[in-house]
Ligand binder design. Structure first.
Ligand code: TXA
Ligand code: MG
Length: 324
């Protein structure tokens, strides 16, 4: 039986003991649940890759309790980058990951950064993630707590379903409020580039930076994140996008005021009122539920390509891709 424990002084102590020993702990965050290990221990980081079945060229995000601790891991020149300073002041703690040149004398495991000269840094806002990071007093490498290529977990039960008792401790912190992974922004070049869309939108970033921000997905010439393989976030059942009608053997992931109007095997509605924030929070969880009903296919209604809809459509497009 997996050990699912809500946060308490005792749970934090147990989690810190495990982390110090190089073991892994599942940690709630406001985006998705993370599979956390001590970012300085190669052994812990290697365990993350092994458990997820994650390719070693795909680097991990390093989590810190404060912006100060996070930015201390960036190269000295990057610490004074006004873009990193204004973004961290505006959006941390929160669902933004910054890619920066890595500190010259970084103690972070090379494996966590996949041997790259850059590092992905994030300060999560979830109170339990904050409590764990503060109690641990160090940095945690934490990818989403799912097998590589599968749906990200937004509840402790999703993590348990994914790993059973292979993760010694799952900290239970409720349903992730955002439900989609952090926005990944590359600040290593002259123009900031969004490598992965998320809750912090391009507009919000441009307003804070007062400069244009590029989107890697929409520009074939821009470098991609090593982890942005075409297929990702996938349920086992085949997914078809932008459908309005379904057959009796199919399942439907609907959006907007249509609930119950579609005759099919199972229907779940991302947001009856058409609220994209609510839709993002429900996305992975509802895909998991529809994956389990034995439908021939899961059909998805069109989602508007604005605000958080961009991140939702990014995940859906990857989940629907045939090739790896
Ligand atoms: O919301 C999140 O970010 C969650 C929670 C747990 O914090 N974490 C997460 O981690 O989604 P993961 O490992 O599933 O996704 C990390 C993404 C990958 O696409 C990876 O390729 C990219 O960040 N990444 C990490 N380091 C990078 C680097 N140095 N350069 C470019 N991309 C990087
Ligand atoms: Mg992931």
């Amino acid at each position: 039986m997996p050990n699912i424990t809500p946060i308490s002084g005792e749970a934090l102590k147990a989690a810190c003991n495990l982390l110090q020993a190089g073991e892994l702990v599942a940690m709630p965050t406001e985006t998705v649940y993370g599979l956390a290990g001590d970012a300085r221990q190669d052994k812990a980081v290697a365990k993350i890759f092994a458990l997820k079945g994650r390719p070693h060229f795909n680097p991990l995000i390093v989590h810190a309790a404060t912006a100060k601790e996070a930015l201390a891991e960036a190269a000295s020149s990057a610490q004074n980058d006004p873009r990193a300073q204004s973004l961290s002041a505006q959006f941390w703690p929160g669902p933004l990951t910054l890619i920066l040149p890595r500190h010259e004398n970084s103690k972070i495991s090379e494996l966590a950064c996949a041997g790259l000269p850059t590092i992905a840094l994030r300060v999560p806002a979830h109170a339990d993630a904050q409590a764990l990071l503060r109690a641990f007093g160090g940095l945690l490498a934490a990818p989403s707590a799912n097998r590589s290529g599968r749906l990200s977990p937004t509840t402790p039960l999703h993590v348990a379903a994914e790993f059973n008792d292979e993760v010694p401790l799952i900290l239970a912190g409720g349903k992730s409020s955002i439900g989609i992974e952090s926005t990944v922004l590359d600040l290593t070049g002259a123009t900031p580039v969004i490598l992965r869309p998320g809750a912090i939108t391009r507009d919000a970033l441009q307003r804070t930076l007062e400069m244009p921000v590029a989107e890697a997905a929409s520009d074939p010439h821009l470098p991609k994140s090593p982890g942005q393989m075409a297929k990702h976030y996938a349920p086992q059942t085949k997914l078809r996008l932008n459908k309005l009608e379904a057959a009796p053997e199919q399942a439907m992931l609907s959006f907007g005021p249509v609930l119950g109007k579609i005759k099919c095997k199972a229907e779940l509605n991302l947001s009856v009122t058409g609220d994209l924030t609510e839709a993002a929070a429900n996305l992975f969880s509802m895909l998991r539920q529809l994956d389990a009903v034995g439908a021939t296919e899961i059909l998805v209604m069109p989602i508007p390509q604005i605000g958080l809809g961009i991140a939702i459509n990014d995940r859906l497009a990857r989940a629907a891709t045939k090739d790896e």
